[in-house]
Design a protein around this ligand. Structure first.
Ligand SMILES: Nc1ncnc2c1ncn2[C@@H]1O[C@H](COP(=O)(O)OP(=O)(O)OP(=O)(O)O)[C@@H](O)[C@H]1O
Ligand SMILES: [Mg+2]
Length: 274
């Protein structure tokens, strides 16, 4: 049986017998240790929100999101992160993608410690190691689906013809091979989300981080996009962390972790529902 919180394999008789030989090594791709995130208070005009203040006179009080949050992501896993709106799911993905830095604690990707990255290294990490699907897809409406999908490769200076060829492959993978020349602003919501998936995967990242990739879609389209993510996850050996409000989709992932009171807890504990 695997431990739902850290994904490590545990045996029923653990501790009572000689250790069993390792059957399958499970590489930890990403590890978050003791994360704390505090969004500082913002002073109102004329007020003060100094360090350690009681928030008096601040327009926005300090907000502590995570308190000693731990997470291990193993190679090939598909993890669902669930939790109430405002629990900090997007903020957590931002920390994992080096889009933001924690107030305390560390995120590791393999041997790399994200907090030690220079801004240039962080940008390279995001471009090479992480495929990110945003909660709001941020496609460039005036550019074609093909150019949007190719954007991370063009940003790293790849030759245009080569970048477009790779983008065409990924558009075909998401079922939009025949829509390459459409401007993204002319595509439907589900098609736009699929372009954003192609854009996330065009760099062949080791990690897919997707923030409510089906959040804005109707039931049938959401099912199609989620099934597509599952298929690509399997077919391309991805390691994926998906934020979702859809409990049925969460149940189809390898592990369900719920963000509650600043920590991740087993989302399937209790009555077996997330
Ligand atoms: N840059 C920021 N500065 C201050 N507060 C922030 C910032 N970003 C997020 N927050 C606050 O942190 C909390 C968590 O936000 P976050 O977007 O991570 O939630 P979420 O779990 O993704 O919610 P949803 O399900 O609605 O997308 C919210 O109360 C939000 O207002
Ligand atoms: Mg969010």
């Amino acid at each position: 049986m695997s431990d739902p919180l850290d994904g490590d394999v545990r045996f029923e008789n653990e501790g009572t017998l000689e250790p069993l030989p390792v059957v399958r090594e499970r590489t930890v791709v990403m590890r978050a240790v003791g994360l704390t995130k505090i969004y500082a208070a913002v002073a109102s005009r004329g007020g003060s929100a100094s360090k350690g203040s009681t928030n008096q006179g601040s327009a926005r009080p300090a907000l502590e999101l995570f308190r000693g949050l731990d997470l291990k992501v193993h190679a090939g896993e598909m993890i669902a992160i669930v939790g109430e709106s405002g629990a900090g799911k997007s903020s957590l993905l931002h920390l994992l993608a080096a889009l933001d830095t924690p107030t305390a604690g560390e995120v590791w990707c393999g041997e790399a410690r994200l907090s030690l990255f220079t801004p240039k290294q962080a940008a390279e990490f995001r471009n090479r190691d992480v495929g990110y699907v945003w909660q709001f897809h941020y496609l460039l409406p005036e550019f074609s689906a093909l150019e949007n999908a190719a954007m991370p490769l063009l940003a790293r200076g790849m030759r245009r013809a080569e970048a477009l060829e790779k983008a065409q492959f990924w558009l075909t993978e998401v079922g939009l091979g025949d829509r390459a020349e459409h401007r993204s602003g002319e595509l439907s919501g589900g098609e736009q989300q699929r372009v954003s998936l192609a854009r996330a995967l065009v760099t062949e990242p080791r990690l897919l981080l997707a923030d409510e990739p089906t959040g804005d879609l109707d039931g049938k389209t959401a099912e199609a996009v989620f099934s597509l993510i599952q298929r690509l996850h399997e077919a391309h050996g991805l390691t994926s962390v998906l934020v979702t409000h859809n409990l049925e989709f969460a149940e189809r992932c390898d592990r369900v972790l719920k963000l509650r009171e600043g920590r991740l807890v087993d989302g399937r504990a209790g009555d077996g529902r997330v």
